[in-house]
Design a protein around this ligand. Structure first.
Ligand SMILES: [Zn+2]
Length: 318
């Protein structure tokens, strides 16, 4: 009988793999193909724009109500290495036919060296930054707003109005709130000022619940941040849910919606929001999209007991 080891190292290697280098006619590529995926929602064309990934070392305190061992077990169940959280970033472009709307803006290379590719992917999609009419922001964490400006402070999307959730604007632009903040949260306050302070005339706060662009309705999804907002997108008879950061990394927080990550500012409220939204997505069999889901960051949600599972969208031609 062939053992697993002899299967891996025996006849297969001798017959095929060992001979490969001598026959390789093409050099190995140094870069990945463009991170662009288009899909249709009614009459709207959606484009997932990959920005990159941040391999964040985690110190055992990532989840307030789960141990490091439980978190590593969940990572292993997703075939991921222990003690490192891969945080994927994908922005969503919505072309309604009349307007080009960008929901969140990528990191512009200001969070980690392994992210900041959204604009290159926008170019690969054949869309100029000046073609974007409206930017809609879900919340003010740096990975969602940094793409509004370059590292040097220049505006990237010259013609876009910038819509932001009103409670988010009020919270982060309040000097009293900033004076009480410490650590990373204090840096987020400073970063929000860096991004917005000289472009306040172009910023239009909206009340969660309002329609922010034709067919794009904002949804209060508080907890991750005080004004964190998701979006329902409708065209014709089709609709989808853009969950923003409601469920973050699906291999942790879709599977364990009750887990409270340290980056959810109000853990219990965020967990309640998360379960309610996952429940709605599963019950209504809605297409869902989320900023930190693996590229192309869209799929469906299946409920199993108190847990959920992301079923990724299958790559398809238009
Ligand atoms: Zn985020």
């Amino acid at each position: 009988m062939l053992s697993r080891r002899s299967f891996l190292t025996g006849p297969l290697l001798a017959a095929g793999c060992a001979a490969l280098p001598a026959r390789a006619a093409a050099p190995a590529a140094k870069v990945q193909a463009a991170g662009v995926y288009r899909y249709q929602l009614g009459a709207y064309q959606l484009t997932a724009l990959y920005d990159g990934v941040w391999y964040l070392p985690i110190d055992g305190k990532l989840v307030r109500n789960a141990s490091a061992a439980e978190v590593n077990h969940a990572l292993a169940a997703a075939f991921l290495a222990p003690n490192v959280l891969p945080i994927s970033f994908t922005a969503l472009l919505v072309n309604t036919g009349a307007k080009v709307v960008l929901i969140d803006t990528g990191t512009a290379g200001q969070v980690t060296d392994s992210a900041g590719f959204m604009n290159a992917n926008l170019a690969a999609a054949g869309i100029l930054p000046e073609a974007i009419d409206t930017i809609v922001i879900s919340h003010f964490h740096p990975d969602h707003i940094d793409g509004i400006k370059t590292k040097d402070g220049d505006k990237v999307f010259r013609n876009a109005e910038i819509l932001v959730p009103e409670p988010e604007w009020k919270f982060w632009m309040d000097d009293g709130n900033m004076s009480r903040a410490t650590g990373a949260v204090h840096r987020y306050f400073l970063n929000a000022r860096r991004i917005f302070k000289d472009i306040t005339e172009e910023v239009r706060p909206f009340k969660p619940g309002a329609e922010v662009a034709p067919g794009i309705v904002s949804i209060a999804a508080y907890g991750h941040t005080p004004g964190h907002t998701a979006f329902a997108i409708h065209s014709g008879s089709q609709s989808m849910l853009a969950m923003s950061d409601t469920a973050r990394e699906p291999f942790l927080f879709v599977r364990h919606p009750q887990w409270q990550p340290s980056y959810d500012m109000d853990g219990p409220l965020a967990a309640k929001t998360r379960s309610a939204m996952l429940d709605r997505a599963a019950a209504d069999r809605m297409l869902v999209e989320a900023y930190h889901f693996p590229f192309p960051a869209c799929g469906h949600i299946v409920k199993s007991g108190t847990s959920y599972e992301l079923v990724p969208l299958m790559w398809a031609p238009l």
